[in-house]
Ligand binder design. Structure first.
Ligand code: NI
Length: 153
């Protein structure tokens, strides 16, 4: 396993739609292991393959319950709404208020080509939407809005 360089800011890899994975081979397995190590080393809760310069539909997520790998993820259902601060390992030192669905159900393959379904709320849902956006060349900054004003202001 190896920590890979995270692409940042204006790197073109962050703005390109990624290809589906067709081969579930050793190369994919190494990519996933490296992505998990890179995510953990950077203290992130998610990482998408284009962030390490690989334009394939692969994401890893770890919200504290251990890493989950998602190859060719497809969002099957979403509902509700949550607002909260969001950041991205490709835009260090920045964050912004983003509204996302509160619930997600997603289907994805693992490195062996077995299909799994995951569902979750709050941070998990936020991470899934954020990382899946990366696979379509979209970064969270386009979704940043003003936070709702608190009663004190
Ligand atoms: Ni990101």
């Amino acid at each position: 396993m190896a920590v890979r360089t995270i692409r940042k800011e204006k790197d073109p890899c962050l703005y390109i739609k990624c290809r589906e994975v067709k081969k579930f081979d050793e190369r994919l397995s190494i990519l996933i292991d490296d992505m998990i190590e890179t995510m953990h080393a950077a203290d992130g809760v998610g990482l998408a393959a284009p962030q390490v310069g690989v334009l394939k539909r692969v994401v890893v997520i770890d919200i504290g319950d251990g890493p989950i790998e998602m190859v060719n993820p497809v969002i099957m259902e979403s509902s509700g709404e949550q607002g909260g601060m969001e950041g991205c390992l490709s835009f260090p030192g920045q964050s912004g208020y983003v509204i996302r669905p509160n619930y997600v159900k997603v289907e994805a393959y693992d490195r062996h080509g077995d299909l799994y379904e995951y569902e979750g709320e709050e941070l998990f849902a936020r991470a899934v939407f954020h990382e899946c956006d990366h696979l379509d060349g979209k970064v969270y900054l386009r979704l940043v809005t003003d936070p709702p004003e608190s009663a004190e202001e």
